[in-house]
Design a protein around this ligand. Structure first.
Ligand code: F6P
Length: 348
């Protein structure tokens, strides 16, 4: 078979490990040739690809980023986009496309697959907000990076008796904030799923000081907002205001700075904020993510050879399964509130 593979959306540790697994499994197990499309759906639209060499792919396992490049190009936002995708795949005689991406990229794969394009999805995002899989690859690495950052913020916060706000990624869901907050022993975890009460946060900080805990780490997901509409509007204004991307997403970031300012003003405690930003997305994947990415890549090639298209490979109860792409996309997997309950005794 001639396989196509692409990586779309925000990059993520483990993308290259999936590419490696697809290329080598296809070659060794089935005698496939794999073409890598450059820069996500943009490369398919523009007919830009290159044959991936199984021998050269061997070194990709621990490499961060994606050797194929990525973009947030949406074929459905372009004139004749779906037809151009089909024509491009036909020109290269592609039998099946392995699409590695999050909700947007796999949403495109789902729509194309309902139009007859033979696609198999692989769930990627550091945010871990894709439905249908227990976990996406890249999330574990992001949590590890954020935890290390929180540990470091803790020592300087303690030295200066400060409140430290750590802003992490998480547009629709606060998975990174929750897990890194638990792992880093945060005093507060604020997530998009639970609009927060600023006065309550301030009261908890004051109570900590009264108990003799003179420093605090607050972890806030970029998508978190206060419950109070006026404060939410004020916090929203702290965002960059950049134009939305091709999928309609505004650029987030800024809640950490806004929050630190509010806390300092309202409590009188010195506060600082750190935005981890793309540091969470860069660098080498953890061993967990290398293994998960490899399992996903192998499972995707097996699905292709079973003729099982329009599906996403997923992790369920520790096993590799296949679920319909339509069940995975369009409704983010939000944080399990039970997990926040685990954090609860340690907050405040
Ligand atoms: O990959 C998802 C994500 O990490 C979101 O949490 C974040 O809002 C977005 O990517 C930022 O991506 P970029 O700045 O690369 O457009």
């Amino acid at each position: 078979m001639r396989l196509g593979v692409l990586t779309g959306g925000g990059d993520c540790p483990g993308l290259n490990a999936v590419i490696r697994a697809v290329v080598i499994t296809g070659h060794v197990r089935y005698g496939d040739v794999t073409l890598g499309y450059l820069d996500g759906w943009r490369g398919v639209l523009e007919g830009r690809s290159r044959v991936l060499d199984p021998v050269a792919s061997a070194g990709l396992l621990g490499m961060g980023g994606t050797i194929l490049g990525t973009s947030r190009t949406n074929p459905f936002a372009q004139e004749d986009g779906p037809e151009r995708v089909r024509a491009s795949l036909a020109a290269e005689r592609i039998d099946a496309l392995v699409v590695i991406g999050g909700d947007d990229t796999l949403g495109v794969a789902n729509r194309l697959s309902s139009m007859g394009v033979p696609a198999v999805g692989v769930p990627k995002t550091i945010d871990n907000d894709l439905s249908g899989t227990e976990v996406t690859f890249g999330f574990h690495t992001a949590v590890q990076t954020a935890t290390e950052a929180i540990d470091r913020l803790g020592t300087t916060a303690e030295s200066h008796h400060r409140v430290m706000v750590c802003e992490v990624m998480g547009r629709h869901a606060g998975w990174i904030a929750t897990e890194a907050g638990i792992a880093g022993g945060a005093a507060e975890i604020l997530v998009p799923e639970v609009p927060f009460d600023l006065e309550e946060v301030c009261a908890k900080l004051k109570a900590r000081h009264e108990r003799g805990q003179f420093f605090s780490i607050l972890v806030v997901a970029e998508g978190a907002l206060p419950a109070d509409p006026a404060l939410a509007e004020s916090a929203g204004r702290a965002r960059s205001g950049a134009a939305p991307d091709a999928f309609g997403h505004v650029r987030l970031g800024g809640i950490g700075d806004w929050l630190a300012g509010q806390l300092e003003r309202r409590t009188g405690f010195e506060a600082r904020s750190t935005t981890l930003g793309h540091i969470q997305r860069g660098g080498t994947p953890t061993a967990f993510d290398r293994v998960l990415a490899t399992r996903f890549g192998v499972a995707a090639v097996d699905a292709v050879h079973d003729g099982d298209f329009g599906i996403m490979v997923a992790l369920s109860a520790g096993a590799m399964v296949r679920i319909p792409l339509r069940d995975a996309v369009g409704h983010p997997k939000t944080v399990d509130l039970g997990l926040l309950e685990v954090a609860a005794p340690f907050l405040g």
